[in-house]
Design a protein around this ligand. Structure first.
Ligand SMILES: C[C@](O)(C(=O)O)[C@H](CC(=O)O)C(=O)O
Length: 310
């Protein structure tokens, strides 16, 4: 009997198809299996794995460059494979070292089924792009990271989407940031990501610089940011942005909801809203029916087999 492989394009190919349709791709930030399951249940076509979220949920630490390549790859692989048809864009931070570390990160992201990732020019001891006091590497070092990613993609015959992020707007100014993104595209990056845009004028100049070039632009919508510009999904469409990521979309409600439930219990009461959700409901969001169905089928098959071979 032949083993039938799942048909369809690669994760990178599916992301490329979504980008080619010209509409802004809206990607909610997820950081663990549960938030990813909820985003999939809500019907999103593409997910974004926020490094800040992984840092906080997986190691309980702020977004200060503390997560390791291993932790990021494991989390990305788990999320990407919950529903392999839905592409995952994963944060790759600085690539976790020099060009050769970047190469290994990209190789591992390809292996675990990540569709696209962003790579930035902050120093390895990086921090969230919306915090003060960032530092960036020089252009040459940044390009060595991008080029390493491009080389691995080529050698692995992969179509993973490489998103070049620059944080240099905060350190070297707007012109240098745009210059870096253009250089990264020349090195082979597919998408431009200008981090922590402050004004509508900057956003328009950034979008105009890539309009008509076939290079989609990414906007990072950090809700609650005290640094960055905020835009609506409708505005994103009008600017012609290729991708908008929402890193805090699940994190902040989790923070607020959990903190509130904890406070209630501390005060000796129970939050009423928790009564509205039976355990079955959240288990179903997390694949309970499918896995039980598989279990049933396996058991039926074994029973049939045993009967036939008595
Ligand atoms: C996009 C980002 O890299 C992330 O980890 O999601 C962060 C978001 C955040 O910290 O809120 C960023 O540096 O902007």
């Amino acid at each position: 009997m032949s083993h039938q492989q799942e048909q369809g394009s690669s994760p990178g190919g599916r992301l490329r198809e979504l980008l080619a349709n010209g509409k802004t791709l809206i990607c909610p930030g997820v950081y663990d299996g549960f938030s990813a399951r909820m985003a999939l249940a809500a019907g999103f076509k593409c997910l974004y794995m926020t490094g800040a979220g992984v840092s906080m949920s997986r190691i309980g630490m702020a977004d200060l460059g503390l997560t390791t390549q291993t932790e990021m790859v494991e989390t990305a692989g788990m999320i990407a494979n919950i529903d392999p048809k839905t592409p995952l864009i994963a944060d790759a931070d600085t690539g976790y070292g020099t060009a050769i570390n970047v190469a290994r990160t990209v190789e591992r992201y390809i292996t675990v089924g990540v569709a696209g990732f962003h790579l930035e020019d902050q120093v390895v001891t990086k921090k969230c792009g919306h915090l003060k006091g960032k530092e960036c590497v020089n252009l040459g070092e940044y390009l060595s990271r991008i080029k390493a990613a491009v080389e691995v993609r080529k050698r692995r015959n992969s179509d993973i989407v490489i998103i070049a992020r620059t944080d240099s707007l905060a350190t070297q100014g707007f012109d240098e940031a745009l210059h870096r993104l253009k250089a990264a595209v020349k090195a082979g990056a597919d998408v431009a990501f200008l981090e922590a845009i402050k004004t509508e004028e900057q956003l328009e100049t950034y979008c105009a610089a890539f309009r008509g070039t076939g290079v989609p632009t990414l906007f990072n919508m950090v809700q609650g940011s005290t640094v960055g510009l905020k835009i609506t999904p409708k505005q994103a469409e009008e600017y012609g942005l290729g991708i908008v990521i929402y890193p805090g979309l699940c994190l902040v409600p989790a923070y607020l909801g959990i903190t509130s439930a904890l406070k209630s219990l501390k005060d000796g009461t129970l939050e009423e809203s928790c009564e509205k959700v039976p355990p079955q409901e959240i288990f179903q969001v997390c694949g309970m029916n499918e896995i039980q169905e598989l279990d049933r089928e396996v058991n039926e098959w074994v029973q049939e087999f045993e009967k036939d071979n008595e």
